[in-house]
Design a protein around this ligand. Structure first.
Ligand SMILES: Cc1cc2nc3c(=O)[nH]c(=O)nc-3n(C[C@H](O)[C@H](O)[C@H](O)COP(=O)(O)OP(=O)(O)OC[C@H]3O[C@@H](n4cnc5c(N)ncnc54)[C@H](O)[C@@H]3O)c2cc1C
Length: 504
């Protein structure tokens, strides 16, 4: 095969954005994806004629002039994506067991303040401070707002302050503090999560919140089409298993079938721990390898993807975060007995039946150790039914029933109308995303060790760059920004930012 200017490993959004940028800048690129479907967490699947998202249920910052909108214009996506805006006055509905009221996170800064201030008039001033602070933090991240120049964040207080401490100190009403933190499943927030992670994630949804109509895989498809239209090569069923090197450079990438592809640059968009394992011991010191392997990952998730009986559940244009216990920051600290401590519910939007919700994704935290006894089994995606054995099926069913019991109290219209469902566990994600433990968002962040899970895209191997959710930030916005940071290493930061600004 021809020699490429750049080979990108993994077709997750970070890999695709990197490939797109390089192709647009005239480089010959080749994306290697191990799965049949491109997109990593943008993949969809269908059951019972319903389409389900696997890893992107809503997107923020897509209104005109907002950050993801501007990035997506550069990638040629904005005029092609089919999007549904979530409810302006409540894209996320927050509730607590035994407490009948539903609280809402609304879109637009003023609206966000106004809607919560209706329930908490005595906290309006604090809400204003909170929203301004979130804005200030986001403004200080140059790539977040397509600014120029990179800043060293080592000393910034929002890295070394936990979001839990911040909101609990600011809001004198503890219920409002909980409500502010209640959609923390978006970033696997816990008492150690630095405040800025909360800020950059929730800010974009607070600006605007959208769902993809008929699934988020359209983003991957459009990106692949864009890369191909510029001469790029995008290959599925190509799993990278090793590298050939000369000195401190990779000369070629090796696949599981023994084939190799030569390249000047190699961009890795896969799980960083997995990459270190693939590279092997030669190029990185043992201490460095151990440091990476010992970094804590965010927990995995248990997903129940449920299809409703036809025309039974009216269109739901919001998500739901519901808590069984009082502490919104310790949901992932469940024991086997008290699982789940809450859930997230993400109705999907299908074009063929806009008046009704056809299906929904229900989620609760699940750790790898809860499914580790099946670690040596492999899912035979897409027909993964029974492939890990009857005891695994029984485990999933038992967990589904427990989840449904909790959901029934909050959303009886959901539980009474389910026609069929299928589950995913951290093992599912381990196998199809290729992570070590089915983590949902890669490395966990800790305000006590703010720099421990932050990397530059450069590695000790001169022509190997990393991108994707393990580089700084997860999520659609996070990995889009990561790709720009990665490609800035090749093209220069101001140059690339100007190109993106020109296109948007
Ligand atoms: C359940 C869940 C819900 C989420 N919900 C949202 C949401 O609503 N909004 C949002 O913005 N974000 C959400 N996220 C996060 C978001 O989906 C991810 O952070 C983001 O898509 C990760 O992109 P990535 O570029 O890191 O690549 P990934 O999506 O991690 O993809 C990596 C790709 O590399 C491939 N690969 C792995 N190993 C190899 C190999 N050896 N050779 C070749 N290919 C390989 C994989 O098959 C995969 O395609 C969610 C994530 C999960 C898990």
């Amino acid at each position: 095969m021809a020699k490429f200017d750049a080979v990108v490993i993994g077709s997750g959004l970070g890999g695709l954005c990197s490939a797109f940028i390089m192709a647009k800048e005239g480089m010959s690129v080749c994306v290697l994806e191990k799965n049949r479907q491109f997109g990593g967490s943008l993949q969809i699947f269908s059951r019972d004629k319903a389409i389900f998202d696997t890893g992107v249920h809503y997107l923020g910052g897509l209104d005109e002039g907002q950050n993801l909108n501007r990035y997506f214009k550069y990638f040629g996506l904005m005029d092609k994506l089919r999007l549904q805006k979530l409810d302006l006055d409540g894209y996320d509905h927050i509730s607590f067991e035994g407490h009948p009221k539903i609280y809402k996170h609304a879109q637009g800064y003023e609206n966000f303040i106004d809607v919560l201030a209706q329930d908490f008039p005595h906290q309006r001033k604090q809400l204003e401070i909170y929203v301004k602070t979130i804005n200030d933090i986001c403004a200080s991240f140059p790539l977040y707002n397509l600014g120029s120049g990179l800043k060293d964040f080592n000393d910034d207080w929002y890295r070394t302050t936990s979001v839990k401490d911040y909101v609990e100190n600011l809001f004198t009403d503890p219920l409002l503090a909980k409500i502010i933190g209640a959609n923390n499943m978006l970033y696997c927030g816990n008492e150690l999560t630095p405040f800025f992670i909360h800020a950059v994630v929730v800010n974009s949804y607070m600006q605007s919140a959208y769902r993809c109509i008929d699934g988020s895989s359209q983003i991957a498809k459009l990106m692949v089409d864009g890369i191909k239209s510029m001469g790029g090569v995008v290959l599925n069923y190509h799993e990278v298993s090793g590298f050939n090197t000369s000195g401190d450079e990779i000369t070629s990438v090796q696949m599981t079938d023994g084939k190799t592809i030569e390249s000047k640059w190699v961009i890795s968009g896969i799980d960083f721990k997995k990459l270190i394992q693939i590279i092997g011991p030669t190029h990185f010191r043992k201490a460095y390898r151990n440091r990476i392997q010992n970094l804590e990952n965010t927990p995995g998730l248990f997903l129940m993807s449920a299809v409703f009986k036809p025309n039974t559940v009216k269109r739901m244009n919001n998500n739901v975060y519901h808590y069984v216990n009082d502490n919104v920051w310790d949901s992932a600290k469940h024991t086997e007995q008290d699982w789940p401590r809450g859930f997230g519910a993400f109705p999907t939007y299908t074009s063929k039946n806009p008046d009704y919700t056809e299906n929904i994704v229900l989620m609760a935290y699940m750790h790898y150790h809860e499914v580790e006894k099946w670690k040596d089994t492999v899912s035979t995606v897409p027909k993964n039914i029974n492939s890990r054995g009857q005891d695994y099926e029984a485990f999933k069913l038992e967990r589904s029933n427990r989840l449904l019991k909790i959901i029934e109290k909050r959303m009886p219209e959901v539980t009474s109308n389910i026609q069929s469902f299928t589950n995913a566990t951290p093992l599912t994600y381990r196998d199809y995303i290729g992570s070590t433990d089915g983590t949902s968002y890669g490395f966990a962040k800790d305000f006590r060790l703010p720099m421990s899970s932050f990397f530059t895209s450069r590695t000790k191997i001169k022509n190997l760059l990393i991108t994707g959710q393990d580089l700084n930030l997860h999520g659609v916005l996070g990995v889009t920004i990561s790709a720009v940071a990665t490609c800035s290493e090749i093209f220069g930061h101001p140059y690339l930012i100007n190109k993106i600004k020109e296109a948007s």
